[in-house]
Design a protein around this ligand. Structure first.
Ligand code: BGC
Length: 422
């Protein structure tokens, strides 16, 4: 056996990306906009809402023992304060389906999408969101907590902060470049279009003109980052108060930062932002969810692009599965509790590429365990080809292919390969 007896080997999905018809969410509202930045709307996605039994069966039959999926807040509380018992029952059926198939369910309470009403009330920059999130999590655990062990509060709690860095860098580059344009680009018209898009967004969410919706997929202020941290802590404490047996953690998107000559100080800054400044909030947690997709080279001025000639995935990431073990080791230096890899994967049309990625990533996990690092599980992103947010259905991360015209599932070789690695 490659891994310890009770090692969790499985796959992850997120509600909005697979369920379909998440009509009360902020993402759905944005997808329908005239000025939408989504390539396509999610619509019925891959209909996991109705087909979860088949999907969980395929996962179990391949030999996997854990399924991480998210509970959709916008279904549970479609309007502020109106909680839907029927939707809680839906997730209870999913949990039971996992158990019947010998699969450990791990739920995530928030995976990027939020109820539309929450965004209308200020979203992830409003202090009240802490209490709204706590109340929703407690409500769900009062019903489902008895049937669960593992719960993640917020997926990639550091994602908004990462976005603010990327946006700041992008704006600096755009400003520097705009003076040097020699082509007939109509910057005024582009700006006018952006303003129109902003006006539409404010209107859709019922916000005053000039105010932008603060969804989980927008850059945050330092205060917004603190709101996420407090939402995590409040939700964790409330869920554990309802069900003390629960093992609760957060998940973080973590790059394998590698310094180029002179980039060491910048690397430390990036790692502090991405990981160490969250450490105090993790103190009451039972595990940390590590999510990694690639490495990131860092020079004195910050991140640099993928090296010339490198193998690149269809997301534009460098194909670099070794990044996972590097990140696990760095996390273990600062965090001494259990580590679960809650996401790791590759966008690839060619499934052989995925098998290669999994093999090399798992080799690294195995080494980390041999070194004494408490890695308790590896959950691959993702079980099925699905709705990749603004890139819609254009990239494929799945272990199972889905024909969206018929919703027919076809397991890929990588599913069997991953399942055989226990
Ligand atoms: C997110 C997923 C996303 C994946 C691939 C992760 O950061 O949690 O929702 O689909 O990356 O881009």
């Amino acid at each position: 056996m490659r891994f310890p007896e009770n090692f969790m080997l499985g796959a992850t999905t997120a509600a909005h990306q697979v369920e379909g018809n998440n009509i009360h969410s902020d993402c759905w509202a944005q997808e329908q906009m005239k000025h939408s930045s989504y390539l396509e709307p999610s619509l019925d996605a891959i209909d996991h809402y109705h087909r979860y039994e088949e999907d969980i069966r395929l996962l179990a039959q391949a030999g996997l023992n854990t399924y991480r999926f998210s509970i959709e807040w916008a279904r549970i509380e479609p309007e502020e304060g109106r909680f839907d018992e029927g939707e809680a029952e839906h997730y209870r059926r999913m949990i039971r389906c996992c158990r019947e198939n010998g699969v450990e369910p791990m739920v995530c309470m928030h995976h990027f999408s939020s109820p539309k009403w929450l965004i209308s009330k200020g979203g992830w920059e409003a202090e009240e969101t802490v209490e709204y999130f706590r109340r929703y999590c407690a409500w769900v655990m009062e019903r489902l907590g008895g049937e669960l062990t593992y719960v993640c509060t917020i997926n990639e709690a550091n994602m908004r902060l990462q976005m603010s860095h990327v946006m700041a860098k992008y704006m600096r580059q755009a400003q520097a470049a705009s003076g040097s344009l020699q082509v007939g680009v109509n910057l005024e018209a582009m700006m006018a279009q952006m303003e129109e898009a902003n006006r539409e967004a404010a209107q859709v969410f019922g916000l005053p003109e000039g105010q932008q919706p603060q969804t989980f997929q927008t850059p945050c202020t330092p205060e917004g980052d603190q709101i996420i941290i407090r939402a995590h802590e409040a939700a964790r404490d409330a869920m554990k108060a309802v069900c003390p047996h629960l093992k609760v953690g957060i998940t973080l998107s973590l790059h394998d930062f590698q310094a180029l000559p002179g980039g060491e100080a910048e690397l430390e800054k990036r790692w502090a932002d991405e990981f160490t400044h969250y450490l105090p909030a993790l103190e009451g947690d039972d595990f940390v969810g590590v999510q990694n997709y690639t490495r990131q080279l860092v020079g004195p001025e910050g991140s640099v692009s993928v090296p010339a000639g490198a193998d690149v995935t269809s997301m534009g990431h460098e194909f670099y599965p070794e990044a996972l073990a590097h990140v696990i080791r760095r996390v273990a230096k600062d965090y001494h509790g259990d580590i679960i890899v809650t996401e790791n994967g590759v966008a690839a049309e060619d499934d052989v590429q995925r098998v290669r990625f999994i093999r090399r990533a798992l080799d690294g996990v195995e080494d980390c365990i041999a070194e004494g690092i408490p890695v308790r599980g590896y959950l691959h992103w993702t079980l099925l080809d699905n709705f990749e947010w603004q890139k819609a259905y254009s990239v494929k991360f799945g272990l199972i292919a889905v024909d969206r015209a018929t919703q027919k599932r076809t397991s890929k070789l990588s599913l069997a390969y991953l399942g055989s690695q226990r």
